[in-house]
Write a protein that binds this ligand. Structure first.
Ligand code: TRP
Length: 326
């Protein structure tokens, strides 16, 4: 079966873009593939954090993922720092990627521009990500377009390692959702919906109250030609509503458009469809939040399964390099 691996950082709340663009696909994939999903708390440390911040964000995100339908019986869901092999393997990755390759990463350039303290972990971030992926003999990595370069460098590291030390790692491939599947900001519909706090009215949180969701959709930016039509290039706002509506109901944006003559009605119905999709997730989240011990138990099950795979891979890598056994 195809081994799928993906990771998500415990920073900020999950929003509709994360849910429809990533998490919902993960929930589907756990039925169709051999899927491993990881809350990458160590990656979050590449940016400054206050004491305790990562712990609570990791617990919160894990509960959201479980509430969204990730089922520890069907997939492996775990926290990166619970499996020490990730940091051990990251060192092997760092020694097989060049300073030049890491210097070309656009995510590093972007993130370091805005920082006063640029940690070396931010620079070697892709090596830890390569470790995440390669430890699990991953075939496919479902990620957003912004991660394409990191998956490319992961392949390059795997190829270099295999040619230096003999066949060790499986070469992974990025699986990137079609551009039309992206959820855009409700206030700035030519930008992707994002976690950043710049546009709270344009971002719908998975845990937003129904009234807040209604309000955000009512105020969503459209245009003034008053025609409901799916045309992302010339009508980004209306098309975004239609594609969210379609994603939430399993419909088709063009077909849905033909049922509407007014933006107002479309907004109300889209909000209702989103609320209907999120309500059961919010209910399950409240149950999990009230029982952190149960979350800890589920994550320990995931870490045990992950460790079993990762420890075999790291042993193979060390044996192939030829490191004296201790
Ligand atoms: N860098 C990814 C992001 O910012 C998160 C991530 C870490 C990841 N490790 C991974 C994604 C391994 C896929 C596979 O979204």
């Amino acid at each position: 079966m195809t081994r799928v691996f993906s990771g998500i950082q415990p920073t900020g709340e999950l929003h509709l873009g994360n849910h429809l663009g990533a998490v919902r696909n993960w929930v589907r994939m756990q039925h169709e593939t051999d899927a491993v999903f990881c809350v990458v708390d160590l990656h979050a440390l590449t940016m400054p954090k206050t004491p305790g911040e990562v712990r609570s964000a990791t617990l919160h995100l894990s509960q959201l993922l479980l509430a969204s339908g990730l089922d520890p019986e069907l997939c492996i869901l775990f926290v990166q720092s619970h499996v020490r092999e990730h940091t051990e393997c990251a060192w092997l990755m760092e020694c097989n990627v060049s300073f030049g390759e890491l210097s070309r990463m656009t995510q590093f350039k972007e993130k370091s521009e805005r920082q006063r303290f640029i940690s070396s972990g931010l620079f070697t971030y892709p090596a830890l990500q390569a470790a995440d992926i390669l430890l699990y003999d991953t075939n496919e990595v479902p990620v957003g377009d912004d991660q394409r370069q990191h998956i490319e460098v992961t392949r390059d590291i795997a190829e270099r390692f295999n040619s230096r030390y003999g066949p060790t790692f499986v070469l992974p491939e990025a699986v990137i959702p079609a551009a039309g599947a992206r959820v855009m900001d409700l206030q700035h519909p030519t930008n992707k919906m994002s976690k950043s706090a710049d546009s709270p009215q344009g971002t719908v949180g998975v845990l937003d109250e129904p009234t807040a969701i209604e309000k955000k959709f009512k105020r969503a930016v459209t245009d003034n030609d008053n025609e409901v039509r799916y045309d992302p290039d010339s009508k980004p706002g209306v098309s975004n509503l239609l594609s969210i509506f379609a994603a939430a109901t399993g419909g088709d944006p063009n077909e849905l458009a033909s049922g509407y003559t007014q933006y107002g009605r479309l907004k109300v119905d889209t909000a209702e469809a989103v609320i209907e999709m999120l309500t059961p997730i919010q209910q399950r989240f409240a149950e999990l939040e009230a029982d952190p011990a149960e979350t800890a138990r589920l994550l320990a099950v995931g870490a045990d399964k992950a460790r079993e795979i990762a420890s075999a891979t790291i042993s193979r890598a060390k044996a192939n390099i030829g490191i004296l056994e201790g």
